[in-house]
Design a protein around this ligand. Structure first.
Ligand code: MN
Length: 262
């Protein structure tokens, strides 16, 4: 059965029965990087340095060095990223359970709400209403908040920073606890710069998505794109971070397998 399953999958990818949707932003210097208050350490944006390009530095080859933080561009958050997950087993990107690299996704469409309020807060009742339409969120699934952020955010102010802090969507503490305790999700993903709402520094506890998800050994995905191309259920997501020794996360290529229209 397993050999046939893999053979059929490969054939379906080849003939369009299964389509691949790339959920990754291109790693590039001008992609917005999260900025913390000035008293804290800062994440490096993606910086590329050419080693040679078919020239005197290397006549037949082109290659680059690059510098990037573990949390720049489309990236994965491992439990060790947050203090609540610091002592969990297998909590860093090099020790994660590799079975978690492939998992189904539930895509919660919040585009109308985010268009009306960029600081939309995802609540338990909103998720329960989603389940009434689409069915129960299976254990071990990613929960993705779809906002179409790339289409609506100001490219010059991507985190939508105002005088009172950033305004971008994310879950409240009750919704996060429900996703963990009632649904046992694999993790939470978003198109915004962080899995927490822009105003989550005001929440109790602060940054509840990081606090509770990583404390429960669960993961985060941020700065994704193309969630509008996924079905509400039925996508299978491949998200395998780089194997950085004791890494807290990493930029990655994340993509989904979805039913095609062969
Ligand atoms: Mn991160």
């Amino acid at each position: 059965m397993t050999a046939e399953l893999l053979r059929d999958l490969a054939a379906a990818i080849g003939d369009g029965g299964v389509r691949i949707v790339d959920l990754t932003e291109t790693l590039r210097p001008d992609y917005p990087t999260i900025t913390l208050p000035p008293e804290f350490g800062q994440a490096s944006p993606f910086v590329k340095e050419e080693i040679s390009r078919y020239d005197e530095r290397g006549p037949a080859w082109y290659w680059n060095n690059f510098t990037v933080s573990e949390h720049s561009g489309t990236h994965f958050d491992a439990p060790i990223h947050w203090v609540t997950g610091r002592d969990l087993p297998n909590n860093a990107v090099d020790t994660l359970d590799t079975r978690h690299f492939i998992a189904p996704a539930c895509v919660v469409d919040c585009t109308k709400e985010v268009a009306a309020d960029k600081g939309f807060i995802l609540t338990r009742s909103f998720l329960e209403a989603w389940e009434a339409r689409h069915g129960r969120i299976p254990a071990g699934s990613w929960l993705f908040l779809r906002s179409d952020w790339r289409k609506i955010a100001d490219p010059d102010n991507y985190t939508n920073l105002q005088e009172d802090g950033a305004h971008s969507p994310g879950p409240d503490a009750e919704a996060v606890l429900w996703m963990i305790e009632e649904r046992d999700v694999l993790g939470f993903g978003t198109e915004c710069v962080g899995t927490d709402a822009g105003q989550a520094f005001r929440f109790e506890p602060q940054y509840p998505c990081h606090h509770y998800m990583h404390g429960a050994g669960k993961y985060g995905l941020q700065c994704m794109t193309n969630l509008d191309l996924l079905p509400a259920t039925g996508a299978l997501v491949v998200a395998a971070p780089l194997k950085i020794e004791e890494g807290s996360g990493s930029p990655l290529r994340v993509f989904a397998l979805v039913p095609g229209n062969r």
